[in-house]
Design a binder for this molecule. Structure first.
Ligand code: SF4
Ligand code: SF4
Length: 199
């Protein structure tokens, strides 16, 4: 019993001389420590819209909304930070390592929690035959770049590369009957199988 009391006394004297350990927030702005994990934020240029962050999110607070009837069709990632536990898994799993990062923002209280949304939008590529979602255009280009010359084994990949080089365009024209020449189009796996087996 004796030693803890002495330790507390030393701490009290130290606090009197040096000041308290805690910051004076909210009277003075608080600067969090270097590795503090605060509100996750998206970076549009670094994000390719792959959804990996939503799939690994431990609380399921990242919602993916594909708006296929918009012009152009869009994927909107909505992170509801009122349900976020700042675990950092989204940042760790980000395939580009540049799409989402935890900031040092901690003062996040608001009156309407439906407004607690951090979001990013990416343009979608739709299947040219059935109009279902193939993926975000930036994601297709990112995969093609990763594959290098191997990208030329898949029409969806190399069309993405050619589009980047302004040599092709991912135009979406809904088509009912698939012909042999439709193999050189951006297609979903189901239509790709159909065109390969039936034409
Ligand atoms: S920090 Fe964790 S809980 Fe928050 S969005 Fe990322 S993965 Fe989800
Ligand atoms: S690139 Fe990163 S931030 Fe963007 S959707 Fe994929 S995992 Fe999420």
């Amino acid at each position: 019993m004796r030693y803890p009391k002495i330790r507390e006394l030393i701490e009290a004297i130290r606090a009197l001389i040096k000041g308290p350990y805690t910051s004076k927030f909210p009277f003075k702005p608080h600067v969090p420590e270097k590795r503090f994990r605060g509100k996750p934020e998206y970076f549009k240029d670094g994000c390719v819209g792959c959804k990996a962050c939503a799939e690994v999110c431990t609380t399921g607070c990242i919602e993916v909304k594909d708006v296929t009837d918009a012009e152009p069709p869009l994927r909107r990632m909505e992170l509801h930070y009122d349900s976020c536990i700042f675990c950092g898994q989204c940042q760790a799993a980000c395939i580009t390592q540049e799409g989402i990062k935890l900031s040092n923002k901690f003062d996040l209280a608001i009156f309407d929690r439906s407004q607690a949304i951090e979001s990013v939008e990416k343009e979608l590529a739709l299947c040219e035959a059935c109009s279902c979602v193939v993926g975000a255009k930036d994601h297709l280009s990112w995969v093609a770049k990763k594959l290098g010359p191997l990208a030329y084994s898949s029409p969806t990949s190399y069309l993405s590369v050619l589009k980047e080089l302004k040599l092709a365009y991912l135009d979406i024209e809904k088509q009912e009957d698939l012909t042999r020449q439709d193999r050189i189009k951006v297609l979903c796996p189901k239509c790709r199988r159909e065109v390969t087996l039936n034409t």
